[in-house]
Design a protein around this ligand. Sequence first.
Ligand SMILES: [Zn+2]
Length: 289
Amino acid sequence: MKKLTLLFPGFKTKALTFSFDDGIDSDIETMELIKKYDVKATFNLCSGVSKSIKDEDVRKPGQLCMPLSLNKAKALFSDPHAEVASHGYIHPAYGHIAPSDALYDMLTDRRELEELFGCLVRGHAYPYASFNEDVMEMMRISGFAYARSCDSRYDFKLPLEDEWFHWRPTCHWRDGECEQLVNDFTTQDNLYYHGWLFYIWGHSYEFRETEDGFDRFEALLKKLAFRDDTWYATNIEICEYVKAFRSLIYFADGKAAYNPTQIDIYMRAGHLCGSNLVCIPAGKTARLV
Ligand SMILES: [Zn+2]
């Protein structure tokens, strides 16, 4: 019997993803750094809030940040380094409003963002981290693939299959534990477990709250970027890849597997001594031994 371990595309043992909320103008500098270090991030937008902003609107004196207009958001996030996701049409606390209002808001946001960007929008971050069992079910019915909460898990584990609508990130970029986690992620080898996921979230306005905010974020990127063992992906890319791995269909003798998805799957079959690195191409069957 072989132990089957998820690896990320290219047999990488680790993955890194970022998530930023609110669709605000400090995302402009953040995107510059995301592109400079060739990592990827998910940006959770509120299309109803952005709709209320005109292209020519500017920040008032002393104002830390302001929402991006729809046109500015479209120009900024139409980039392969970014995933556009939903953060509620008007940023409501779904757990504290009528279910019909919550359903209307999440669907409206999804429809507006898909029309603006011309692509599927299947990710979400709960405004105020407010949700319950009904909200999670409405997310699923509304066509979302995942929704992120704000409760840090402080480890590199992947969400279980029933956790996609309560996807807990590894940590907030400003958490006291973040530095140690960066150290663990970059200095330890992941040889025995399913691929490690380092998921960092925050709000880009936090980089403006102190003089060195963006410098601190760049220092983080310097440690995490351009690593051979790491796959840099958006939230939805991680979600779709992990779901595809879990969709593999195994032969009864465990010696081969069929990949019914459109995504090439990478894995380690067996223990370290005597293990095989196996890629099962989309739509194909491959031997595991
Ligand atoms: Zn928010």
